[in-house]
Design a protein around this ligand. Structure first.
Ligand code: PLP
Length: 401
């Protein structure tokens, strides 16, 4: 229906407008992308973008992984067409991606898996949300760690789920808020959904230990909670894929729990813009898996029809042979190793310049993010063009402390 509404002009005046979309509210730009826009506008030659989760090489430039470059060259040499992929995506890619995330032992029981290519990790989360919505009445509550990647709330709220944050990080002690984690698991209604980062928690870089994951698993099993793994950094965290997939494989392989795994190859293959991802549902029977996969196919059809082909073809080549995979494993070590070294250098530099407080938490973190624990005031000072003079400023240190 057409609605008449007041719209505000830039000169402060108000006018009447008629539109079907008069109810659309102005939504401020996404904070991370807005920061990147601010960064691009900033003429300072010393600027560094610390907001966006994209890997940079030692010159500060995007890095095309050698494994990806080789796969791309191979595909181009073979000649590419631009045909549609099937609705579920490229079969080779789906199978290789699922095997990569779950490991070959779990994957050997693939008749109990439902696998669907997705628009990267975000699209995978969205598809799983749609699937849960289709299969669960009433809608279960979705528990999301605080802090987290901001889109978790957005994706699940936009689908109509009630989202509840639980304290994940102890900001005082700069470590996992383990007591809170346990108590929320114990207190959540049976049938609730927990979104967890499979590894390399964004933004804290702080993951449960293996012993803690085992405890989480026991409680989830006992309390009939459903686990949705956001697996956006497999291999990027420690440089070792199997190590990073520990929690996924423990829950599915050892505890025999049903779970959703949202896999992204944006970070670990540097295929950010190609939107290469996958939903892997581990299910209790092959009939449920078949039905679930067909439901995913129907949902995908009504969302995007067919997922994009080029990135999936690249990932499929990278994952498809022992030789290509070995190159990728080396790339993962390069990225995770350099990130670790940078975090250590930052730690040493902060100690060397006498920055107040303790910084050991930086060395304990892993993955793409370094969570310094600075106050919003300090971050604002560092972001402003004149921040270099602030660094020598007594006022800076007083806010800092
Ligand atoms: C924790 C986490 N999950 C999912 C994503 C989704 O990334 P993409 O949709 O690019 O795969 C990101 C990206 O930053 C992330 O940090």
């Amino acid at each position: 229906m057409v609605i008449t509404t007041d719209t505000h002009l830039s000169n402060g005046a108000t006018t009447k407008a008629e539109s079907w979309f008069a109810a659309a509210e102005y939504v401020p730009p996404d904070a991370i992308f807005a920061l990147t826009a601010q960064y691009l506008k900033d003429p300072c030659p010393l600027k560094v973008n610390l907001g966006q989760g994209t890997y940079r090489d030692h010159t500060g430039k995007p890095w095309v992984l050698p494994s990806v470059r080789q796969a791309r060259e191979q595909l181009l040499a073979q000649g590419l067409d631009h045909e549609y992929l099937p609705i579920l995506g490229l079969r080779d890619f789906r199978e290789r991606a699922a095997e990569t995330a779950l490991g070959s032992a779990i994957y050997s029981g693939r008749e109990k898996l439902a696998i669907c290519q997705s628009l990267s990790g975000t699209g995978a989360l969205h598809l799983v949300g749609l699937l849960l919505k289709k299969c669960q009445r009433p809608l279960p509550k979705v528990y999301i760690p605080e802090p987290t990647w901001s889109n978790h709330h957005q994706v699940f709220r936009s689908l109509g789920f009630q989202c509840e944050s639980f304290s994940y990080y102890d900001y005082e002690r700069m470590r996992l808020d383990w007591d809170s984690y346990l108590s929320v698991l114990d207190g959540a209604e049976a049938g609730s959904i927990f979104i967890v980062h499979a590894c390399a928690h964004n933004p804290t870089g702080c993951d449960p230990s293996k012993a803690q994951w085992r405890e989480v698993g026991q409680i989830m099993k006992r309390r009939s909670l459903f686990l949705l793994f956001d697996a956006a950094y497999l291999g990027f965290n420690s440089g070792d894929l199997d190590e990073d997939a520990f929690a996924i494989r423990h829950f599915i392989g050892e505890l025999k729990l049903e779970a959703a795994v949202c896999v992204s190859f944006a970070k670990n293959m540097g295929l950010y813009g190609e939107r290469v991802g996958c939903v892997v549902m581990a299910l209790n029977s092959h009939v449920i898996a078949r039905n679930t996969q067909s439901t995913l196919e129907m949902l995908q059809r009504s969302e995007v029809s067919n997922p994009p082909a080029f990135g999936a073809k690249i990932a499929s080549v990278v994952l498809g042979s022992e030789k290509q995979r070995r190159t990728w494993y080396t790339d993962l070590k390069t990225m995770s190793g350099r990130t670790r070294e940078m975090r250590e250098s930052l730690h040493d530099a902060l100690i060397a310049c006498g920055a107040p407080g303790t910084w050991d938490h930086l060395k304990q973190q892993s993955g793409m993010f370094g969570f310094l624990g600075l106050s919003p005031e300090v971050v604002t000072i560092l972001r402003e063009p004149s921040s270099s003079s602030h660094l020598r400023d007594a006022q800076f240190y007083s806010v800092y402390g």
